[in-house]
Write a new protein. Structure first.
Length: 295
């Protein structure tokens, strides 16, 4: 089959592309960067270099595809997350309608059930609804939890301050996801095209409390009794902005933290636990993270 993959060669799309090529599919990988051409070709995939905001480019790249993997990447310096992601969603929909693609795997997020209140995840609510409106198009929404790889940004804090945390209590449960599990789930769906109509697939690699996360990280980094610290919203927002995020995006992550603390972000997930994909545990990821920590 001919499959078009957005997301360039990120943590998810590269793994997805490798698996689809191994299974004999003809894969086109979209990237905005000409520097990625050689790496894409090295995977025996076809590079398509252009802008996701160019409808003519999208139509050209989607044409002839049996299926598409859609990623609507957030811009971490944006002042209007919903607006920027919604604009790209509209372009995706237009390109799908013009090319007649019949199968779409869409990367969404736990929390997309609500248009507000769940931080960055709520921004996926719009594209899910727009895709669901398409007639005669089969859509699988992948809803992962919090990415393990977010902890790459915490290495410095753990190293300097000997703590980790968020703006919710340590006894709150967090649904967490390894990006490789997302890639594997997408590869399985796109290889078989067994999904029909409009479906949701949760990607949950692990469920841990803040206390358990701190314990796992402390053991991996040889920091006994690593504490989980509850930040104020202001402290969390300030720390995220120091990492290069806009104030708007930092506020969105603080909102997500509050939704985790209240538990509302997990409500549909908790009633659909039979519909979960995920294998890679946080402990194993923490051991990998510790190697970078020790370097």
């Amino acid at each position: 089959m001919k499959i078009t993959v957005t997301g360039s060669l990120g943590n998810i799309s590269k793994r997805l592309t490798e698996q689809l090529v191994d299974k004999g599919h003809e894969v086109t990988v979209i990237s905005h960067s000409p520097e990625k051409v050689q790496a894409i070709e090295a995977l025996n995939a076809k590079p398509a270099i252009g802008s996701l905001n160019d409808i003519d480019f999208l139509v050209q790249t989607f044409s002839g595809a049996d299926a598409i993997y859609l990623m609507t990447p957030p811009s971490y310096d944006t002042s209007d997350l919903e607006g920027s992601m919604g604009a790209l969603a509209d372009l995706y929909i237009e390109a799908i309608e013009k090319t007649g693609v019949k199968y779409v795997v869409n990367l969404s997020g736990i929390g997309a059930q609500s248009p507000t209140g769940n931080g960055p995840s709520s921004a996926f609510h719009y594209i899910e609804n727009r895709l669901n409106e398409l007639e005669d198009v089969n859509v699988l929404h992948l809803r992962p939890g919090m990415f393990y790889t977010n902890y790459y940004g915490s290495i410095g804090t753990i190293q300097r301050l000997k703590m980790t945390g968020n703006n919710f209590d340590a006894d709150k449960t967090i649904v967490m996801t390894h990006p490789h599990d997302i890639g594997d789930a997408a590869a399985e769906a796109l290889d078989t095209l067994s999904f029909k109509g409009k479906k949701i697939q949760y990607i949950a690699s692990d469920e841990l409390t803040g206390t358990e996360i701190a314990q796992i990280l402390g053991n991996a980094f040889d920091i006994p009794n690593l504490p989980w610290v509850v930040y104020t919203d202001e402290q969390l927002i300030g720390g995220i902005m120091q990492g290069g995020f806009s104030k708007h995006m930092a506020e969105k992550f603080a909102e997500m933290g509050r939704a985790i603390g209240e538990g509302k972000i997990w409500e549909p997930y908790n009633t659909d636990k039979a519909n979960i994909y995920g294998k890679l545990k946080f402990k194993d990821f923490a051991d990998e993270l510790a190697i970078k920590f020790k370097q």
